[in-house]
Structure formats: structure tokens, C-alpha cells
Design a protein around this ligand. Structure first.
Ligand code: MG
Ligand code: MG
Ligand code: MG
Length: 305
């Protein structure tokens, strides 16, 4: 029986490319795997797949009675609704351990590095499987995206090493230039609705029994949001009500200045103020040096909640 490889909801480039790269590796070592995705591709991911000529994974949101490999998360809040009726064969990830559990033994490759594709690159090395040029290029871009071109505090030596090796396989001479080209695509917001922006990279977490949603938009210049704050706040409020969330936040991250403007809609904003040691002004605060949701935001929120 074949298995699906699937990343988190509101898939980012790492989740999509991991589905492709892990499926290819598994197929080479004798397991039949099909890359899948739980949602639409972001403009950044479309850029990566078209640049390297790769097909997008199959859109699939129901996995009852299927075999599944989970990539780039292990939180139930980011999983398909029926994941408890699926057989999880393995998890490949680089986040905090979530609340998924299994009834049978599973394969786990979870490491504190900057990107799931760095872990998958190390799996290729472990199994001595050659990475095709197109997949190597996409894996390189996924790592540059997750590590914000090595600027994120989540970035490790393993990530920079993997990018250099993948760039050489893909025949990319200047990987930082490709990374910047990718972030410029990511920064273009024209034509996107408020909902597309708030949920483009949005994750829910359960914190002390309360549902907390945190979105992030990474751009090269925060001025793109100058006339959009009001519409973003209105949609964060709507997301809060629709999802019965206690708190909804959006990080507007400036990757050049290196910091994030935090927008907050909450039943108790003082928890957020306590988490980051800031005072909210018009439900906003500037968090200098904050680039990483997983390392610089979620742990502090969890502690405050
Ligand atoms: Mg991800
Ligand atoms: Mg990732
Ligand atoms: Mg990210």
C-alpha cells in the first residue's frame, strides 16, 4: 500500500518541497510515496516549483485509512481533521514536538535545525541516494526561505552546509541572489485579499486550553503594509470569532531591518504584553530582532499563557 507525504495546513514552501523531496527519496529506497498538500500554494512556492520545473503535490485533505508520513509539523491543530484515523508511518520535522501520537511504532527524524529539507538532505546522505537537480534546487530554496537566507536564529551550520551542497547539485552559482529573488516575490502583496494575507502562513496552537493563532508575513520592506493595517486587523478579528480563538496575532516581519511589527487581537492582550515585555499601542508593538515564530514567539507565548 502506498503512503502519502503531507505537510501542515496553510502550506509553506518547506511543507510543499518536503512532500516532494521525501516522496522521491522513499520511492528510491523501495517505498511507494505520493506527495500531497493540504492547501493552495503561496506565490513564493509557485515561484520555486516553476523555477525548477516541478509538479505541485496532490491536493488532499482526507487521510482516513491511509498511510501517511508527516513533514514539517507534529501539532494536531495543523494536521488533517481525520489524522487519528490514518496510520502515521513517520515524522520528519524541525519544530517543537507537538501533540500527535500513534498506536504503532514510527520512524522519526526530528532535529533542531532551520528547515525540514535540511533533515531530508541528511536522510538522502544517510541512504546514499543522489538528489535530482530539480529537487535539489527546490530544497535549497525551502531552506533559504525557512532560515530567511541564514538570518533567522533557527539557522544552523547544518542548514548552510546543506544549501551549499544543494546549490552545487542544482547548478546555482549565486544562491543568495536566488534567495533575494524569492523574498521579493514573497513581498508582492498586490491583488491579495486580507484573508489570503492573514492565513498565508498561519498556525494554530493550543496554549493552556486556549486556541492561539499566529500568522507571519515576511517582506523586504514593511511599507507595503502602510495602507493595509486596518483591513488586516478587521480580518484578524474575524478569524478570532470564526475559529473561537482566544488570541490572534500577525507578525509583519521586515527581513532587511530584522524585526517584526506585531498585530494583536485578544481576549486578554496583557498576556501578550507579558510574553514579550512590551506595551501594546493601538494593539501593536515592534519586536526588534524577532524573525522566527518558532523560536522567538511561540515559546514566550506558551510560558505567558
Ligand atoms: Mg512550515
Ligand atoms: Mg519548516
Ligand atoms: Mg516560516
Amino acid at each position: 500500500m502506498s503512503a502519502y507525504v503531507v505537510g501542515h495546513i496553510n502550506p509553506d514552501s518547506d511543507s510543499i518541497v518536503s512532500a516532494i523531496s521525501l516522496s522521491y527519496l522513499k520511492n528510491q529506497i523501495g517505498e511507494t510515496c505520493i506527495p500531497a498538500r493540504q492547501g493552495e500554494l503561496s506565490p513564493e512556492t509557485q515561484f520555486i516549483l516553476s523555477k525548477f520545473g516541478l509538479e505541485k503535490p496532490l491536493l488532499k485533505t482526507e487521510f482516513a485509512n491511509e498511510n501517511v508520513y508527516i513533514v514539517d509539523y507534529s501539532d494536531l491543530a495543523q494536521a488533517p481533521k481525520d489524522i487519528k484515523e490514518a496510520t502515521i508511518l513517520g515524522i520528519v520535522d524541525h519544530h517543537k514536538l507537538g501533540d500527535m501520537t500513534t498506536s504503532a511504532p514510527l520512524e522519526c527524524w526530528i532535529r533542531p535545525v532551520g528547515c525540514s529539507n535540511t533533515v531530508i538532505k541528511e536522510m538522502y546522505d544517510f541512504y546514499k541516494v543522489a538528489i535530482p537537480k530539480d529537487i535539489a534546487g527546490a530544497m535549497m530554496c525551502a531552506i533559504l526561505s525557512d532560515t530567511v537566507i541564514f538570518k533567522s536564529p533557527t539557522c544552523t551550520k547544518n542548514d548552510t552546509k546543506a544549501v551549499k551542497e544543494l546549490a552545487s547539485i542544482a547548478g546555482v552559482a549565486d544562491f543568495k541572489a536566488v534567495g533575494m529573488e524569492m523574498f521579493l516575490v514573497k513581498s508582492a502583496l498586490e491583488g491579495a485579499t486580507a484573508r489570503e494575507l492573514t492565513t498565508r502562513d498561519f498556525k494554530d496552537f493550543m496554549m493552556n486550553g486556549k486556541k492561539v493563532g499566529v500568522g507571519q508575513l515576511e517582506v523586504v520592506d514593511l511599507s507595503v503594509f502602510d495602507n493595509k493595517k486596518e483591513m488586516l486587523f478587521a480580518d484578524l478579528q474575524a478569524l478570532k470569532i470564526e475559529g473561537e480563538r482566544h488570541t490572534v496575532m500577525l507578525l509583519l516581519t521586515d527581513i532587511m531591518v530584522e524585526g517584526s511589527q506585531l498585530l494583536v487581537v485578544s481576549d486578554d492582550p496583557s498576556i501578550v504584553e507579558k510574553a514579550f515585555g512590551v506595551e501594546l499601542e493601538n494593539a501593536q508593538a515592534w519586536l526588534p530582532k524577532v524573525l522566527s515564530r518558532k523560536k522567538q514567539v511561540i515559546p514566550f507565548l506558551e510560558k505567558a499563557f
